[in-house]
Ligand binder design. Structure first.
Ligand SMILES: Cc1cc2nc3c(=O)[nH]c(=O)nc-3n(C[C@H](O)[C@H](O)[C@H](O)COP(=O)(O)O)c2cc1C
Length: 427
C-alpha cells in the first residue's frame, strides 16, 4: 500500500482528500463524522459575519440522467455564531489530532478585523487558514468574497495583513470569476501566501421556470446570481490549477477544488499540480462514504504504477501542458472505424457530414451490408466522430506515421523571421 499522506505547505493530513468549506463542514458533528468516514482534512464552513441566510438556496442542473451534473447555490457563509464554531473546532482537533482542520475566513477588508479573527481561530488549534476571496454572492456587496478576490491589490494586501500575525500556514482561496486567475494567484504569493486553493464557485443563473417565470432557485419570487460547482466545472477548475502550476511566478503548493467526484478526478488534479484536493458537491450528492472508494481507487492506482507515495505524482503532467504556439503543427491523427464493432447508427457520419470535414463514406461490404469508412486523406483528426460514437472501441484515432518533421507555430514564426532578416540583409 502506498503512502497517501500529504504535506501542503506544512499542513499534514493522512490522505489528500479534504472536504471543502461548505455545508458538509458546517459543524463539529459533521466534520468528526467525515473524519471517521475517512476524509483526511476539512476546511470549516467560512467563519464571519453576519449570521444570515436565505431560503431556498440550492438548485441543480440535471443532464441526461445525471441528477447533479452541476450545482448552484445562493447561500452565505456560516449561519452559526463564531463562539460555537470555535468551540467545535477545538473539540474536533482534540479528537482528531492527525487530521487537517483548516479555518476558512472571510472579513471586511480591514486590517484589525483580519488580525482579530486569525488570533481567535489559531487559539483553538487550527492547522491552517484559508482566506475566502471567492464567494460570488451575498458578501460581495460588502467588499468581501469575490469582490476582494477580483482585485489583485486587495488579495495581496489582505493576505499580507493575515501573514503579519498568522502562525499557521495561510492558503488563499481564489475566485474563478476573473479573466486570468494567475494574476490573483501571483498577488496572493506577493502577499506571502503559503498556498493557494481553487476554485470557488462560478457566477451563474441556473434557469427560469417556464410557468411562473421565477428564477431557479428563487426567494419569494426574486432571484439572484449564484455560485456554480459540481462535475460540470471540473474542466474549468483543472485548467486554472494547471495554469497556476505551470506559471514560473507562482511557487506555492495548490489545493485543487472543483467538480472532483472520484479518485480519478483527484489524480488528474494532482498530476496537474495540486498537492491535495477538496470536495464539496460530490459529498453533498452522495454523502461522506464516497471517500472510501476514493482512498481504495487511489491506493490501487499508485500500487499498479509502482509509486510508493502520492506526493510523487504531484505536478507530473504539468510539463505536458503548454502554449498553443508550442504544439506540433505536423502531428496528425485520423479516425479508423472498426466495422466489427460499429452498429451503423450513422452518428459519426451525420456529425462529420453536417459539422466537420465530410470524410466518412457510407459503403457496402462484400455481402452488401452497409458499412462506414473514413477517407483518411480528408480527415483532419478532430475527434468529433469518436466523441459522438456511442460504442466503445468502434472508432479509434490513430497517429499517421509518415509525416513532415515536427514544427510548432513558434518555430514556424521564428523560421519566417530568420528568412526575412536574411533576405533584407542580402538586399
Ligand atoms: C452550498 C455551498 C456552499 C458553499 N459555501 C462556501 C463557503 O462558505 N466558503 C467557501 O470558501 N466556499 C464555499 N463553497 C464553495 C466550495 O467550497 C467549493 O469551492 C465549490 O463548491 C467547488 O467544489 P465542488 O465542485 O466540489 O463543489 C460552497 C459551495 C456550495 C455548493
Amino acid at each position: 500500500m502506498a503512502d497517501l499522506s500529504i504535506n501542503l505547505a506544512g499542513i499534514k493530513s493522512p490522505n489528500p482528500f479534504w472536504l471543502a468549506s461548505a455545508p458538509p463542514t458546517n459543524s463539529g458533528y459533521q466534520v468528526q463524522r467525515a473524519f471517521e468516514a475517512g476524509w483526511g482534512g476539512a476546511v470549516w464552513k467560512t467563519l464571519g459575519e453576519p449570521i444570515l441566510n436565505v431560503s431556498s438556496r440550492f438548485s441543480a442542473l440535471s443532464y441526461n440522467g445525471q441528477r447533479v451534473a452541476g450545482f448552484n447555490n445562493i447561500e452565505l457563509i456560516t449561519d452559526r455564531p463564531i463562539e460555537v464554531n470555535l468551540k467545535e473546532i477545538y473539540e474536533t482537533k482534540k479528537k482528531f489530532p492527525n487530521h487537517a482542520v483548516i479555518a476558512s475566513l472571510m472579513m471586511e477588508p480591514k486590517r484589525e478585523k483580519w488580525h482579530e479573527i486569525v488570533k481567535r481561530v489559531e487559539d483553538v488549534g487550527v492547522d491552517g487558514l484559508e482566506l475566502n476571496f471567492g464567494c460570488p454572492h451575498g458578501m460581495v456587496e460588502r467588499g468581501m468574497g469575490s469582490a476582494s478576490g477580483q482585485v489583485p491589490e486587495l488579495v495581496e494586501k489582505q493576505t499580507y495583513w493575515v501573514k503579519e500575525v498568522a502562525k499557521t500556514p495561510v492558503i488563499v482561496k481564489l475566485t474563478p470569476n476573473i479573466t486570468d486567475i494567475t494574476a490573483t494567484a501571483e498577488a496572493a504569493t506577493r502577499g506571502g501566501a503559503d498556498a493557494i486553493s481553487m476554485i470557488n464557485t462560478i457566477n451563474s443563473l441556473m434557469g427560469v421556470d417556464l410557468d411562473t417565470w421565477n428564477t431557479i432557485p428563487h426567494v419569494a419570487g426574486k432571484g439572484t446570481h449564484g455560485g456554480y460547482c459540481g462535475p460540470a466545472v471540473k474542466p474549468i477548475a483543472l485548467n486554472m490549477v494547471a495554469e497556476c502550476a505551470r506559471s514560473p511566478y507562482i511557487n506555492v503548493p495548490i489545493s485543487g477544488i472543483g467538480g472532483i467526484s472520484n479518485w480519478r478526478d483527484a489524480v488528474e488534479f494532482m498530476l496537474m499540480g495540486a498537492t491535495g484536493v477538496q470536495v464539496c458537491t460530490a459529498a453533498m450528492h452522495h454523502g461522506f462514504s464516497i471517500v472510501e472508494d476514493m482512498i481504495d481507487g487511489l491506493n490501487n492506482y499508485l500500487d499498479e504504477k509502482g509509486i510508493s507515495s502520492v506526493m510523487d505524482i504531484v505536478g507530473k503532467a504539468v510539463p505536458k501542458y503548454s502554449n498553443w504556439g508550442d504544439l506540433d503543427l505536423n502531428y496528425k491523427v485520423v479516425a479508423k472505424i472498426n466495422n466489427d464493432v460499429c452498429i451503423n447508427c450513422n452518428k459519426c457520419y451525420i456529425a462529420c457530414e453536417d459539422t466537420s470535414h465530410q470524410c466518412i463514406e457510407r459503403l457496402n461490404d462484400e455481402n452488401g451490408n452497409p458499412i462506414l469508412k473514413v477517407r483518411e486523406e480528408d480527415c483532419v483528426g478532430c475527434n468529433l466522430c469518436s466523441i459522438v460514437c456511442p460504442v466503445d472501441g468502434a472508432i479509434e484515432m490513430v497517429e499517421v506515421k509518415d509525416r513532415l518533421p515536427k514544427m510548432t507555430w513558434n518555430e514556424r514564426q521564428a523560421a519566417i523571421a530568420k528568412y526575412s532578416m536574411a533576405n533584407v540583409s542580402s538586399e
